[in-house]
Design a binder for this molecule. Structure first.
Ligand code: ADP
Length: 429
């Protein structure tokens, strides 16, 4: 009897354990399904499972399906919003209550290229400006602030941004976020600064000869009747010299202004560069101020024909030869060179054996009114605009120009020009 009871107990225990194990397996697979976001399959349906399982699995599956639908909907919306904002020229930024970035469109990434993916980063890591962060805080706090400009330093670069913002509720409605529209004003402000500097420099350059002329004329007006003839001659010569200088500066300024205009007046035609250089070399060798210099021309026959404006290109080489004559001592060599590069472009240069240009000045000599030695430039009739004109003309030919120099060895001004004019390139592209 005892044995029978024991057997029944053992059998019940085995059945109970099997049942438990089955419930455990079902629980584990259900857990996996929830974690993976996939509906739970009813393949293991059996009579040995507790009846509560059927409605439980149905409810969990319904929740998983609804959750998946909502997730898809919100991803679609975010993708749609990002795609729309991505095409905007204005940069758009959305930050949450803890300054985490939730949305940053392409225009914003263009302003701060060093931060490749801005989303989920803290704003403080991208925009290091206490005043901007204060603006963000106040905007989020609901203050209506006018559009404001900020200077943001990023490595070596200083960005100038103009920002307007508005508070927005967070998606769950529990906190306050903020949305900003940002304009990159860096280029515009740089151009404005350049223009301001240019006006200041030009006024200064014009004022100097003008005040000399004014002073001498006033002295002549007051005392020309009593003034000794030689002194009057000297005064008139000074006035003449300064009015020539005034004239030269204004002429060069007009040339630059024309070159910068929408109609720079460049007329491309096929020209033999070697012939142009030879003709210039001959002409300069005959000039009295070039008698003490050695001028040579070396142009490789392969240079052949290029498409360029012959008048403007002659002006480029004349400015460079004039500089070489002005800034090198007697018996210096001035070489006009041209050859073809592997790329097919033409490289030409005016090389002299003069004193050279200090390395610190070299990057600036193409800027308007920049002179290494102000006194020497003025003394030789320089306007400080010659190389700026050269640069403009070369750029209008689709080329580039730069200087190489070594103190005591000489200076080379090198130009690289495409064989065809840039418009032809654009047409064939
Ligand atoms: P500038 O009218 O003063 O000659 P440029 O724009 O032609 O003005 O040249 C700018 C400055 O670059 C000059 O003032 C001069 O100091 C320097 N420079 C130009 N060419 C040479 C050269 N070949 N050798 C030495 N210095 C030069």
């Amino acid at each position: 009897m005892m044995l029978v009871s024991l057997v029944i107990l053992a059998a019940s225990l085995v059945v109970a354990l099997r049942l438990l194990w089955k419930q455990h397996r079902r629980l584990t697979t259900l857990h996996e399904a929830i974690k993976a976001g996939q509906v739970h399959l009813n393949s293991e349906e059996g009579s040995d499972l507790l009846p509560v399982w059927r409605p439980l699995i149905a409810s969990v599956n319904a929740l998983i399906v609804e959750n998946n639908r909502l997730a898809l909907q919100s991803t679609d919306k975010l993708t749609q919003l990002e795609a729309t904002l991505g095409n905007l020229r204005e940069a758009v930024l959305v930050v949450d209550e803890a300054n985490y970035i939730h949305l940053a469109n392409r225009a914003l990434r263009d302003i701060f290229p060093s931060a490749r993916n801005l989303v989920n980063l803290r704003l403080e890591l991208i925009i290091r400006s206490a005043s901007f962060l204060e603006f963000v805080k106040n905007t989020r706090g609901g203050q209506v602030l006018p559009r404001q400009e900020f200077e943001i330093t990023e490595g070596q670069t200083v960005h100038c941004i103009e920002v307007s913002g508005a508070p927005i509720p967070s998606p769950d409605g529990k906190s306050q976020w903020a949305l900003f529209v940002i304009h990159d004003m860096t280029q515009q402000r740089k151009l404005e600064r350049l223009r301001r500097d240019f006006v200041a420099n030009a006024s200064h350059e014009l004022r100097t000869p003008l005040s000399m002329i004014k002073g001498y004329v006033e002295t002549l007006v007051d005392g020309h009747e009593t003034m000794p003839t030689e002194e009057r001659d000297r005064f008139l010569q000074t006035i003449h010299r300064h009015s020539n200088r005034l004239h030269d500066i204004i002429e060069d300024l007009l040339i630059i202004s024309r070159l910068e205009s929408a109609t720079p007046g460049i007329n491309f035609e096929p020209i033999e560069l070697a012939n142009l250089l030879e003709a210039l070399g001959d002409e300069y060798r005959r000039r009295p101020n070039a008698q003490d210099h050695i001028i040579t021309v070396t142009a490789a026959p392969a240079v052949g024909i290029i498409h360029a404006d012959p008048v403007k290109l002659s002006q480029v080489f004349s400015n460079l030869i004039d500089n070489a004559l002005k800034y090198t001592p007697k018996s210096s060599r001035i070489e006009l060179l041209a050859h073809v590069l592997d790329s097919g472009d033409i490289e030409a240069a005016v090389r002299d054996s003069g004193p050279g240009i200090p390395a610190d000045d070299l990057p600036h000599i193409f800027e308007r009114f920049y002179r290494v030695d102000k006194g020497r430039s003025r003394e030789t009739g320089g306007t400080g605009l010659g190389l700026s004109i050269v640069k403009h003309i070369v750029q209008l030919h689709g080329g580039r120009v730069w200087a190489e120099s070594e103190i005591g060895q000489g200076t080379s001004i090198i130009l690289r020009l495409p064989r065809n004019n840039p418009a032809d390139h654009a047409r064939s592209a």
